[in-house]
Design a protein around this ligand. Structure first.
Ligand code: SAM
Length: 352
């Protein structure tokens, strides 16, 4: 049996559990989740041990913000928490690329964040005094990241993750600063999508000045703004008004047209879409554009006002993967997403 600590958006515990169950089944094992509504985390227990096929990486799951296998459950005496952590480390532990102190992303959990901040220096001092190295540059050499998930200040789960397979931010939360010049807060979704759904090499190849994009449901222009910042030209399709300063950049052409009917005169590098519509209709539209060669790659949101959100996302992803078998289809509920997930479809081997 292996236990995993899984972070998710509060309210999406059941969707996260359903996705983990499906992942376990596909890996030839089974598991069950212990989840409380609105807890922003869950424990997933697999029937076999961790090596028996169930080893999801952070990018392979949509609803999990971060996950790692639990090594030990710790009782932490108030007088000496550091010694309790040291005693629970495996004897072969030598070095960590990071020490992450975590808590549930809930209102109650936020109170624990103060405790976690205060405990960071003492635990790192204690680890170093015990001869362990903590060095971010070891991440490339894949020294494990040490995680402590605090249930409260006296109980924690201890675990380790491979930095190449886990989220680059504590608890999978990408804290991005809202750029004041951006026309809407939505801009953070596309900025986070670029960071989460693409590799550094892909960003360097696929977000290049002079490239072109179509933004469906663009107003007031937060997503278009992300492209303009990177020197791309954008056709912004929306009946609503676009931000005046963004239009003054000279890189945006505003078309007051219906998003479902619009097609560009020439193929574009990017299609993005934030229209509030049924997820299947959006997936169908994205599939049409990519299949017919109107865009090389796409990023779009699937809005999820329904009950069975994980089933809906799975249905849309299967439809896209079936239509575009060569493409890489990646999906994540981003930190800046609400009742929605963000999907990218790209052919990693395709032209840049
Ligand atoms: N991504 C935008 C930003 O960053 O500022 C916000 C988009 S907002 C969530 C959704 C937009 O989709 C609205 O401006 C709405 O007018 C537009 N929209 C919805 N259905 C549409 C359709 N069928 N055709 C064109 N635009 C549509």
């Amino acid at each position: 049996m292996a236990r995993w600590l899984v972070h998710c958006r509060p309210g999406f515990e059941n969707d996260c559990a359903a996705e983990l169950g499906a992942f376990a089944a596909a890996a030839g094992t089974s598991g069950f989740a212990r989840a409380k509504a609105e807890a922003a985390h869950l424990i997933f227990e697999t029937a076999g041990d961790a090596a028996a096929g169930f080893d999801p990486g952070w990018t392979e799951l949509c609803f999990a913000r971060e996950l790692w296998p639990v090594h030990a459950e710790l009782a932490l005496p108030e007088t000496d928490r550091v010694s309790a952590v040291l005693a629970a480390l495996p004897p072969q532990a030598r070095a960590f690329s990071a020490v992450r102190l975590e808590h549930p992303d809930t209102n109650e959990g936020k109170a624990l964040s103060v405790f976690c901040r205060k405990f960071q220096a003492p635990i790192e001092r204690g680890l170093k005094a015990a001869g362990l190295r903590i060095d971010a540059t070891l991440e490339k050499g894949r020294a494990p990241c040490l995680h402590l998930f605090f249930i409260d200040s006296r109980q924690a789960l201890l675990g380790f993750s491979d930095p190449a397979r886990s989220a680059p931010w504590p608890m999978g939360i990408a804290r991005l600063k809202f750029p004041r010049a951006a026309p809407s807060r939505s801009t953070l979704k596309l900025e986070e999508a670029f960071l989460v759904l693409m590799t550094e090499a892909e960003r360097a190849r696929w977000l290049v000045p002079g490239m072109s994009a179509v933004d469906l449901g663009a107003a007031p222009g937060g997503w278009s703004w992300q492209f303009v910042q990177r020197g791309l030209r954008v056709i912004a399709v929306d009946n609503g008004p676009m931000d005046a300063a963004l239009l003054e950049s000279g890189l945006v052409e505003h078309r007051r047209e219906v998003g479902f009917r619009f097609r560009p005169a020439r193929p574009v590098d990017w299609l993005v879409c934030d229209m509030v519509e049924q997820p299947q209709r959006i997936a169908q539209l994205m599939g049409d554009w990519l299949e017919q060669g109107f865009a090389r790659r796409a990023i779009f949101n699937l809005k999820l006002p329904m009950k069975k959100r994980q089933a809906m996302v799975a249905e849309c992803l299967v439809a896209l993967r079936t239509r575009l078998p060569q493409a890489s289809v990646r999906a994540k509920q981003l930190y800046h997403d609400r009742e929605e997930v963000t999907v990218m479809v790209a052919d990693p081997g395709g032209p840049s």
